[in-house]
Design a protein around this ligand. Sequence first.
Ligand code: SF4
Length: 465
Amino acid sequence: MAYNDLYIQMKAINRSLAALKILTGDECIRTMPQGISFQNTLVCNLRCPHCQTHGNEKDRIYYNGIRMSQEMLYRAAREVLPTADEYLFTVSGEPLTTPNMNILLREFSQYAAKIEMHTNGTLITPEILVHLLPAAKGIHVSIDGATPFVLEATRKGAKYDRLMHNIRLLTRSVEMLPDHMRPMIYFGCTIMASNVRELSAMVELAHLLGVHHVYGYFVVIYHNELRQEDIQLHQRLYNACRQQAVDTANRLGVHLCIPPAFEGVVPSLEGPLGGSERIIGRFPKNYPESLNAVHELKDLVDVEKVEKQAMQVRDQILGRLKDKRLFSGYRDMMGGVRQYIGLKRLQRYYHRTLRQHKTTLEEALTSENQQTIKFCESLYRRLYLSPTGKVIPCCYIYHPLGDASNECIGDIWNGEAYRNFRAKFLSENPPKECIGCHNISWVRPVDLARDLCSCLNGNLVFRPT
Ligand code: SF4
């Protein structure tokens, strides 16, 4: 049996146990996180003024000095990735600044977990794509402007032409891969006063570059000198720009997900360009023309160069895949034996646990009375690992629930602090950070039970009777 098959079975069992744990509320069921966000580096090569961590020089110097040790990163990966479905590298820095990223991606790919990458796109190279694309489930490119002027002002340090090339190289390489190997590519935009008029143009840009999903979020003001960027102060303008963007997305078939319009506010494009307490104080005279300019892809990138590089990326990925298939089964016999024993142990535990909760499961599948269960994806499925080893459920919680530098992650995830936090989350008096959190959802027992049954295949399929 190849490594991949072992890990895929371990992940399926873990998913199933996690569903059972939520369904029964039995915190004694031992699971592992289904996803992990390694905050492996806080270094970023850009200086976006609205960024919480890199928006001013003092913070930038501080955060650019923080990296997780290789020892901790590899140790956490060895423990978590065999049972995890996905992982992220840093979301508070630029993951592609990580030294030897290629090696890291190659080594982590053995665990058959997929990566969700959030990148500013400026450091994408053909070499990185060869390793990143086969490992990726999704790649989110943060982009806050459609015109060179706004993009370079909001993503300080980025070069427009270079970024356009990188993004098109990314999407073209993906287009050349077989369907089942294609990660999703997204744009992620921070919406603020300086770029709100470009929302529609950003959708057009995405379409031109081959990006089919655009997500937008309102800026969070971390720096007082940028107070006027807050969209709450520009509700009429936002409603008007939002409508333009929605029309463009519908026309071009781009999936657009941005905050809803402000209710009862009449849309209007009136108002000054630029102003005080914003990233862009003054726009160039020709800005309106450049915003409305109609582009073709060839105006943005050297299409031939992209085509050539993307073909090389595709050929290398498919070539490496062939090599891997030929040799992976024989790489490390001892490691394979260890994993096989681990899988067998997990299977026994799984069957034992299922037997214990058989009645609850049967009821969930058949009962008419489906009382929904409070759920948070971050709390029950993922964890964040800070550069110093602190473990938190999500980026809103500052108080760590464990320290991976002296405890294993499995013990933290199943330990007392996590149990107490989940119990409080479910209680009438939840942690203050969770009150009103947009990540909260409600799940029906029958859906959890069905998920649980569908997680597994072959001889592991759960049969309720
Ligand atoms: S703050 Fe939100 S995301 Fe974090 S644990 Fe609470 S509900 Fe989940």
